[in-house]
Structure formats: C-alpha cells, structure tokens
Write a protein that binds this ligand. Sequence first.
Ligand code: PRP
Length: 210
Amino acid sequence: MKEMLNIALPKGRLGEKVYAMFEQAGFPCPSIKENNRKLIFENQEAGVRYFWVKPSDVAIYVERGAADIGVAGKDILLEYRPQVYELLDLDIGKCRMAVAAPAGFRDDPNRTLRVATKFSRIARDYYAGQGRDIDIIHLNGSIEIAPILGLSDVIVDIVETGTTLKENNLEVTETVVPISARLIANKASFKFKNEPIEKILQQMAVLTER
Ligand code: PRP
C-alpha cells in the first residue's frame, strides 16, 4: 500500500484557503468538503490524509511527526520555535504583530511598561531589542480589554483589519513583525517522504508566485 502523507490543516478561517492550495497542488481529497464534523479525511489514491486541528496546534503535530507537513502562522513559529522546517511563505493569512495602546497613550520610559499579550516571547524579544524594561502579563484571549481596565499599558497582538482595535478605542503604536501562513515540515518526514513533500512545495511555490 502507498505510504500516506499526513497533513495538518488549521481549522477555521484560513483552513479553507489552505486546503484549496493543496488541492490545486495536485493533492485533492473531495470528502473534506462534505459538511460534517469529521476531523480526518483521506484520499488513498492521492496518498494524502488531512486533519483539522486548532491553528496554534499545527506546529505541535508537525514537530512530533503526527503530521508530516502542515500550515502554521509565523506568529506561532516565532512564539513557540518548534523544531520544524519552514518551507514556504504561502502569502495568505496576512496580518501583523503590533503594539497597540489606548488612543493618546504616551509611554514614560522611566516606568516599567506593562504589556498584555498571548505572545510573551515575541513581546519579550521585541522590547529586549529596544532595551525597554517591561512586565509581561500573559493572557489567553480578549487581550484588547487589558489596557481598558488598567491591567496593562499596552498590548502586543495580531492586527488584521484593525476593527477589533478600533471598536475598543485602541490604536497601533508600533509594528513588531509582519505575519503570514507558512508551509512547515517534520524534519524526519522531509527526509523520508521527500518526494511528495517536494512536489507539494514546488506546486505551492508556483501558486504563490501568481
Ligand atoms: C485576532 C487578534 C485580534 C483580532 C484582530 O484574534 O487577537 O483580536 O484577530 O483582527 P482585526 O484586526 O481584523 O480585528 P483571532 O480572531 O485570531 O482569535 P483569538 O481571539 O483567539 O486571538
């Protein structure tokens, strides 16, 4: 029997686009479009098995080899530094990591800056690079309300359209790093299942150049 390539897809907004790219790259799996709550789909003929996982978990599956390849945001790769190969910038899921503060906020460099974020390492690295003394307040979601309630001075979070910030009277003060979706591979799989992975990589590279 043909060896299957296991592919972790990020469940949600980005997932459909990501699957469409794999399909165009020559690795279709029609059953994935059936509207049900199944999480694993395979097409033996094409040699692929797809599974939907939480976007922030894709890198864990790939790092540990439960998935041979997958698609993860650069934010996750920077924050968790998984031991995987980053093969390609897919040029989708584009947004940026930014510092945001209540409108009119003025930073006082003599005080420790209180930073609320889900991305503690990214925030720590960014401010270390500036030599700015900070206090990280690690939160798991709804980061935008932290400065409103006085829990923090600023936030470091993902900004896509800017709507969430606007509706909470916050504004971007600095861009930390641009973010987009990346094709990643397990290191051993890249060696032992190189042929199908290379094929996907080549085809996807063509798609992103269009
Ligand atoms: C992200 C981020 C912001 C929002 C920004 O959350 O944390 O809340 O998107 O998007 P916008 O600039 O288009 O308003 P996401 O929906 O990815 O999930 P989360 O709440 O789990 O962080």
